[in-house]
Ligand binder design. Structure first.
Ligand SMILES: [Zn+2]
Length: 74
């Protein structure tokens, strides 16, 4: 993965973390990655990954979680 891609991934993750809107369109708390509905649709391992810090790879895990929610959309 290139540095540029990692930086934009991180910028987007920070922006969406601070936003009041979840990727699904529902309201969420600023500082939470997802709304409750989306959060509980994630497998436990992915939920835990969202508690990591940015230097630990949060942006990548958050992106993976978004992909999961998109592809597992019922
Ligand atoms: Zn949601």
């Amino acid at each position: 993965m290139s540095v540029v891609h990692q930086n934009s991934l991180r910028g987007q993750a920070i922006e969406e973390l601070q936003s009041n809107q979840c990727v699904c369109g529902e309201r969420k708390k600023s500082g939470n990655s997802f709304c409750h509905l989306c959060y509980f649709r994630l497998p436990p391992k992915m939920r835990q990954a969202l508690y990591r810090t940015f230097s630990d790879g949060y942006a990548e895990d958050y992106d993976a979680a978004k992909d999961y929610l998109k592809t597992s959309n019922a």
